[in-house]
Design a binder for this molecule. Structure first.
Ligand code: HEM
Length: 409
């Protein structure tokens, strides 16, 4: 039972040294595992696909942090390094029911597959520019960090452009987000980062109020004026959530796909010959190496029984998308293998239910443009280090490498 004190508690590694091994341990302790987050915060982790799919539409699990008993009791300090991820401010991410729909609708409308397809020429143009720049920056040895020179700038330019953010802000945003996601950033510094991010997005909102543009921020503000539907604070949180959710995840998808294909050359060959589609490779990457390892925010409004575990009323629940992607009950005995010929690849990497990722069509399109263009331009692309040398950043919620050193030829 959930209250069983002899139950093993898995402490998530703040340094994220071995995600595959940790995911396997979480699944073995699942479908709902007792977990301790960095900082000593206990939560339940949902680690199996079938149970995850069910719980993601279970209205007894809510996003409103006031239902978290430990929070109510004052046990979660304001200086907890993961606070920004557990309590990211009022936005679609943290509301349920009609309030959630109100905050989500405009964003979802801006990101439908049709609207996203209209962004394709821009995504192709950014990609082509980045590929040209790669060639120039790589020098004689052809060695370059593909993460900072390709996987990072594309999603950031796309989401920044969608929201009308000045590109001059991007280097600072990168530094701030590095600190924001790291479980090693001291709590006080996290508070300072959250403050500075809010100030940056606050000034974007002031600019757009003064001079509305053809961007989503202006659209969100315009809607606020017409129907009084979004407050300034809600627009700010929405912009913030879109930037936060809209760049790291897509960087991770592109980076993971490149690593997977370079370490499975026979599968890359199937893509280059057209025998398997890039769409299939992208879905398999999402399953096998989910960009969002865990989503932190859900709280039980009453006791929820899963198998022989009781998630108690007031407990915190995290959704372990990384672990779920390799669940053998869902994906078969070879779930831990990367295989782009796997059909179908039904994964939950974009979530499920009312909070399912509204950015899925956009990130899929970014990867669908970026990956073939990269391998066509540089057919001799290879890792510049041994795969065992690739290190994850100390961000427990994100599946993110420090860097991806490659040689272009
Ligand atoms: C929600 C993953 C790209 C914006 C989510 C959720 C997941 C996810 C798992 C559900 C969180 C939950 O458990 O409630 C991903 C992955 C991406 C990606 C793997 C890329 C490969 C994007 C992009 C955007 C975006 C490009 C913005 C354009 C959002 C927003 C939410 C969300 C706003 C909150 C939705 C809500 O709570 O109603 N994403 N995402 N994501 N994502 Fe994404």
């Amino acid at each position: 039972a959930g209250s069983d004190e002899s139950r093993e508690v898995i402490t998530l590694d703040p340094l994220v040294r071995d995600l595959a091994e940790e995911g396997a341990r979480l699944r073995a302790a699942g479908p709902v595992a007792a977990v301790e987050l960095p900082g000593g915060v206990p939560v339940w982790a949902v680690t199996h696909h079938a149970e995850g799919r069910k719980l993601l539409t279970d209205s007894r699990l809510v996003k409103d942090i006031s239902h978290w008993a430990a929070w109510q009791r004052g046990e979660i300090p304001k200086t907890w390094p993961l606070i920004g991820l557990a309590d990211p401010g009022p936005s679609m991410l943290t509301f349920d029911g009609p309030e959630h729909r109100r905050l989500r609708t405009l964003t979802a409308q801006a990101l439908t597959p049709r609207r996203v397809d209209e962004m394709r020429p821009r995504i192709e143009a950014i990609t082509a520019e980045l590929l040209d720049a790669l060639e120039e920056s790589a020098g004689d040895m052809g060695r370059v960090d593909l993460k900072s020179a390709y996987a990072y700038p594309l999603p950031m330019a796309v989401i920044g452009g969608l929201l009308g953010i000045d590109t001059a802000q991007i280097p600072r945003l990168r530094t701030l987000y590095d600190g924001f996601f790291s479980s090693l950033t001291p709590g006080e510094d996290v508070q300072a980062i959250i403050g500075e991010l809010a100030a940056i997005f606050g000034s974007v909102i002031e600019q757009k109020k003064a001079a509305p543009g053809d961007d989503l921020t202006s659209a969100l503000l315009g809607a606020a004026e017409e129907g009084d539907s979004l407050s300034d604070q809600e627009v700010l949180s929405t912009v913030q959530v879109l930037i936060t959710a809209g760049h790291e995840t897509t960087i991770s998808l592109i980076v993971s796909a490149v690593v997977a294909l370079l370490t499975h050359p026979e599968q890359l060959a199937l893509l280059m010959s057209g025998e398997v589609s890039w769409e299939a490779a992208i879905e398999e990457t999402l399953r096998w190496d989910a960009p969002t390892t865990h989503v932190l925010i859900r709280f039980a409004t009453e006791d929820v029984t899963v198998g022989d575990t009781v998630i108690g009323k007031g407990d915190g629940v995290i959704i372990s998308y990384g672990a779920m992607g390799r669940d053998e009950a869902q994906h078969g005995p070879r779930a831990s293998e990367f295989d782009i010929t796997r059909t179908p690849t039904r994964h939950l990497a974009f979530g499920h239910g009312p909070h399912v990722c509204p950015g899925a069509p956009l990130s899929r399109l970014e990867a669908l443009v970026a990956l073939p263009a990269l391998f066509e331009r540089f057919p001799g692309l290879g890792l510049a280090v041994d795969p065992s040398e690739l290190r994850n950043k100390p961000a427990v919620t994100q599946n993110e490498l420090y860097e991806l050193p490659v040689r272009l030829r």
